[in-house]
Design a protein around this ligand. Structure first.
Ligand SMILES: [Zn+2]
Length: 314
């Protein structure tokens, strides 16, 4: 495929994963997106984490595939997947109704151009979950990274275009010979995660239900629900699995990631049942087989605290 030097160098790369199906893989583990080439235009899955990245993504794929984008699907509401929606403001955008509800509950009634978000705590909640303030209060040193993450060019003031269509359980789009099945299986990584499945191509886009090559952030996830959703993914007839972060993968990576989540859950549950304090749990629980992953050291304590609090509250 040839692309013109007129199109600016994007921060991600377009990887073909099946006939007419592409993954847009973020650089260095940044958020991914997807593209489905249909006879009537392109269906895009997720919109990148800034307006500029969304714009360069769209320009690149429309130029490369010589078709306009006709639909955008948001896999969930986290800003690293929806902040680029503004680059698709003329396109019908589909999300789960809980995704839309969460954005409305957090940001209020949108103006004609959508929502403007400049408050750091609101941005952190929409990036990392609604328990972020409680978690960061436990670690002044660790918090600095998070404040930095939502500051600076592209993040000071974030415009978000609301999804224009929503659904409760499933939604299907025709894509030539294939069908794009968007399904909601319940709360997991957040509430509103979509599984976007192309049965003929045997491809599934999992959004942040799957992280590959990087330790995950738990935030306010439903950990048991997340494991259950991945158990269901493992039953699917698919050859390619596109994670929310990381390279194109297979069910093998899904199984490994499901084990990471389950082992954390079981270890923290055991600590809670033995009456360990939260600090003692953070000191005790380690996952040696995952400890070399990027962000393990920084994020594991927060993940343990989030899991401990979730299990104590249950
Ligand atoms: Zn996410």
């Amino acid at each position: 495929m040839i692309h013109s030097p007129m199109v600016s160098q994007p921060t991600a790369s377009l990887v073909p994963v099946a006939d007419g199906v592409f993954a847009w893989i973020g650089r260095g583990g940044d958020s991914n997106a997807g593209v489905i080439d249909t006879p009537t235009g392109l269906i895009v899955i997720d919109a990148q984490q800034t307006a500029a990245q969304g714009k360069s993504f769209r320009q690149f794929v429309e130029h490369e595939l010589q078709k306009p984008v006709r639909r955008l699907i948001n896999t969930h509401f986290h800003l690293d997947h929806v902040a680029g929606n503004v680059a698709f403001s003329d396109v019908a955008t589909i999300a789960h109704e809980r995704t839309v509800q969460t954005l409305h509950d957090t940001l209020g009634v949108p103006s004609d151009s959508g929502w403007e978000v400049s408050d750091s705590i609101t941005k952190l909640k929409l990036f990392f979950g609604f328990n972020i303030e409680d978690l960061l209060a436990t670690d002044d040193v660790g918090s600095a990274w998070f404040m930095n993450r939502v500051s600076g060019p592209g993040y000071d003031n974030i415009s978000i275009c609301p999804p224009t269509e929503s659904f409760a359980d499933r939604y299907a789009l025709q894509a030539g010979k294939d069908i794009v099945r968007c399904e909601y299986w319940g709360a997991a990584h957040c509430d509103g995660d979509l599984v976007v499945h192309l049965p003929r191509a045997k491809v599934v886009f999992l959004g942040d239900l799957l992280f590959v090559g990087r330790f995950p952030w738990f935030g306010d996830c439903d950990l048991e629900g997340w494991v259950e959703r991945l158990d269901r993914v493992l039953q699917m007839d698919v050859e390619t699995v596109i994670p929310g972060h990381g390279p194109p993968s297979t069910l093998r990576e899904v199984a490994v990631f499901r084990d990471l989540l389950l082992e954390t859950h079981l270890a923290v549950r055991s600590a809670v049942r033995r009456g360990l304090s939260e600090d003692a749990t953070v000191a005790e629980v380690v996952l040696p087989q995952f400890a070399s992953m990027p962000r393990y050291d920084a994020w594991m304590p927060f993940n343990l605290r989030a899991t401990y609090r979730m299990l104590r509250a249950a």
